[in-house]
Design a binder for this molecule. Sequence first.
Ligand code: PRX
Length: 650
Amino acid sequence: MNEDLNGIEALAYELRKFPPSLEFVANALVSDESLYDEAAANHEKFWERQARELVDWNEPWTKVCEWDLPYSEWFVGGKLNVSFNCLDRHVLAGKGNKVAFFWEGEPGDTRVVTYSELLDEVQKFANVLKSLGVEKGDRVNIYLPMIPEAAVAMLACARIGAAHSVVFGGFSSQALADRINDAEAKVLITADGGWRRGEVFPLKSQADDAVKLTSTIEHVVVVKRGGNDVEMQEGRDHWYHEIMETASAVCPAEPMDSEQLLFLLYTSGTTGKPKGIMHTTGGYLTHVAYTFKYVFDHKPETDIFWCTADVGWVTGHSYIVYGPLANGATQVMYEGVPNFPGTDRMWSIIEKYRATIFYTAPTAIRTYMKWGTQEPAKHDLSSLRLMGSVGEPINPEAWMWYHEHIGGGKCPIVDTWWQTETGGIMIAPLPGVTVTKPGSATRPLPGVGAELVDELGRSVTKGGGYLTLTKPWPGMLRGIWGDQNRYRETYWSRFSDRYFAGDGAKLDDEGYLWLLGRVDDVMNVSGHRISTTEVESALVSHPSVAEAAVVGASDATTGQAIIAYVTLRGGLEVDEKVLRDHVAQEIGAIAKPKTIYFTPDLPKTRSGKIMRRLLRDVAEGRNLGDTTTLADASVVNELQRRAVETPTED
Ligand code: PRX
């Protein structure tokens, strides 16, 4: 068994159980096993009903699912427009004045955007994109802060059949350039800057640096948000507010093929090169609309939903933009950090907008725990009725704290397991049905086939194993942009006939799933996926570094922390800070190692393979087991001695 799965038996067995309250059950959209039974009876028919009920189609499909492993097509032959589904149909139904976004800027400025305003803005911006030469099938890069224009830009792309590729604003110019180049994007949409922790961070200057490293960008559209100085290049750069002034107001939603590429979203794998995950139109929209409705038990008339993710990640795509808007939801969108101006900002926002559903990440919850219970206690959080968690395993302590101090002991918690690749939620409770256990994502949703297997692909019904997905699902990735071999290799080769997600999990006596984290060389830092190889490549690209090994070590707040072991080129010296900044420049601040150990040598097997397991043991302060396979055991003894002595940098 893989080393990462061995720890399973050692995990404390969590015995607490939380059934939904009678009141919650009485009002829930689903309160019995009917959806599970329906999906188990006929997988395709189940999804077909969701597609019919939750999505408007211009033309019906001729086949629900075409499955030729590892490729699937859903609602084959069907035609629809995602932007029409997220906007026009609500306005046509008389809901134009309904609020789509209560937006709150970090400095405290606010905007209220209704569905008709959003539709107007999207139509205009779709015309802007067309006027800049964007055509169906082209790629558009988006590099924006958390402002409503991010949703506008995405929906405008969807309206005209261009695929967007959103890059998180915290990524460096180099990372942005790599993604633009891989996607061969024509247009880049960015902002002058955004607000973060009381200051404006520049985006346009980063975008300029990125565009210098690319050859495909013809136009850059710049939203004014930070008010900071920027350089505008005549002919190439356009202010959003100026170009929108003259844009025509009407841009009919063009029906798209169900398999039209909707977006690319880059995510880390086990190699240094990020993967452009491909998602298409009809299946993806059906999946996110379905999961949003049922996992969050969404009532469009009364709920105010707040997902704290950034639109640069898949959670922002699926549960700020497409899932909620397809369901006509009213949402809160917040621009900044949770501790500005005070550490109670999130709770003050919940109180202010009377949010009813709150969806955040375990790393954030652990941070709120550190700030203390007095912070949420300052605010009236009684509007909340349901809470969610996503991005990494939630430890039982954080679950209980969330339950008691944010949810007032009355809100069900939906721990939602999924990935960029899955498009939408796969494993999670249905809040009116499932008895939850703190730390368990419970069981696969109706319509999802998941199974734990051992090394040899044999089914595991109790204890630890590898999490695999056994059936195609509508929101599944359609491949990796420009590299279909890697698609097959990465997800479909480890076990035959099934998708391997890269995660380990265990099944308890009652069949509940407990996610245990990645079993490959991918780290999960504050819910962000970063590959060890990517950080190693960044370190080695510094002229003074000869060799680097990176591991993810357990961290009480961020889940995992990046620890690097670096060997310098003969005679050279470099400061730890210089290397950390170098990584930030290559990838982004999120990939900065927390600690760098300089070592004359890395622990290697006699065949020259770096022994990462040992390095992880050192980083996590564990006793080292067998070191006899090491070429030179003294290297690791020295590192261990220093790990005990070195304070880590925050
Ligand atoms: O390891 C799992 C972890 O996050 C990975 C997916 O990362 P990403 O594609 O960036 O998407 C994050 C948001 C969906 C998974 O392979 N993960 C995500 N949600 C959970 C989780 N691990 C445990 N429990 C979860 N609820």
